[in-house]
Design a binder for this molecule. Sequence first.
Ligand code: ATP
Length: 462
Amino acid sequence: MTVVGIDDTDSRERGMCTTYAAATIAEQLRRDAGASIDRILLVRLNPAVEFKTRGNAALAIHTDCDPARAFELARAELESLAETQDERTNPGLVVADVRPDADDLPAELGRFAMRAIREHLSIEEAGAVIDGYGYRSWHAGNGRGRIGALAAIGAWRALSAWTYEFISYRERERWGTTRTVDPESVFAAAERGYPAVWDTVDRGENETVCVPHTPGPILHGIRGDDPDRVCRVADRIESEPVRTSQLFVTNQGTDVHLRDLTGDEAGGRAQEPESKASHTPVELQDGRSYQLDVRVAEPPETRRGGHVFVDVATDSDGTRATAGDGDTVPAPRSRPTLTCAAFEPTKRFRDRVRNLRPGDDLTVCGELAGGTLKLEKFAVRDLVTTELVTPTCPVCERTMESAGRNQGYRCRDCKTSAAGKERVPIERSLERGWYEVPPCARRHIAKPLVRGGFDGPVHPER
Ligand code: ATP
């Protein structure tokens, strides 16, 4: 098997997109080289990478084409694209000659791919690996695109969870113009495809999420768990003519970017002494995404712009503080605190965050940026259901007053008294289980709750 990895062919202004470049190269391999294409991988890499144009996508074409021929064809295509792209575009091409089984791809490539999804890699490292295996490669600009191109090749070895996206492309003369897509047909098709096909629309925002707004060649992209179902949903959409379409095998909707610091995987974190507690737990690094257990430390706060912030306490060993007993027990101050954010574009998800109370136990998922965890989803593990309040007088029903330090409460008028505060139930609008941002705010790589496999009840957005 020959694997053709490509990345960084797109530009914000001209609106090219790497999926289209891959589909075009695959078409040429079929037409000009008589090759067959097994699949095209659309691999989403670390969403926190600053160099990305949009969704940090890299592509890998699996073909039976002779590697030298595949390299020449792909290079010619990327060279002609590169001439018209802006200087921030740094296309990269890597062609690997490997056996068809995922296990025959070198384990080092798998590790490289996984790190490209979860960390930040250097151009030099990519170059060294490419040279080490003697793969054919080409690049323009600073060569950054070779990081993604190599990672896209290694992804087949690294990953086991795959989903599908069926992308329909526009006729070239229409690129940059308003897309003609009948929204009603999109909503109807989405309804028929759900839940195997997800994130096609956002019903809450009345938005056709599958239709991009950027100037590129994509008309719509339909995502889901099943290759036939995504194609069928695309077929039902009424729109301007589709020039060509392509099915991609992808790691979208898998949460593979998250480092799980809950449970057993948190092991190594126990080494951090409590005295190192600081505003941001020292173990967490900006530009990476995490899943971790926390306890809400302060009431959520809505700030300018409609962004919602909530401070949470993380436990020094990576697990949340000892499970709550339903009381209002803010985590001890000595635990490292972390600010979590639900920004304005996450829309109705912000209400979920606003409904949190100090003492709630959660698992939170998101990217750490500037010391703040940008929430993608969270699970309610334990909710505070009662609170202590100043008692009311059983006779006049007015709030009692303090009778003095450690002397309980009393009602002056009725002469009634109470030994201490009273525990009363609180109405909670949240339930146990997972909550997520709506489809309109979903990151490509984030797993929609409707896909299942979560360790608790789910409250999917659609
Ligand atoms: P689009 O979504 O329109 O396809 P994009 O968001 O995929 O665009 P690119 O133009 O591909 O953005 O730019 C991302 C760049 O970052 C590529 O050059 C890629 O090789 C590089 N890159 C990807 N992942 C990493 C990483 N983990 N570390 C360092 N560089 C990376």
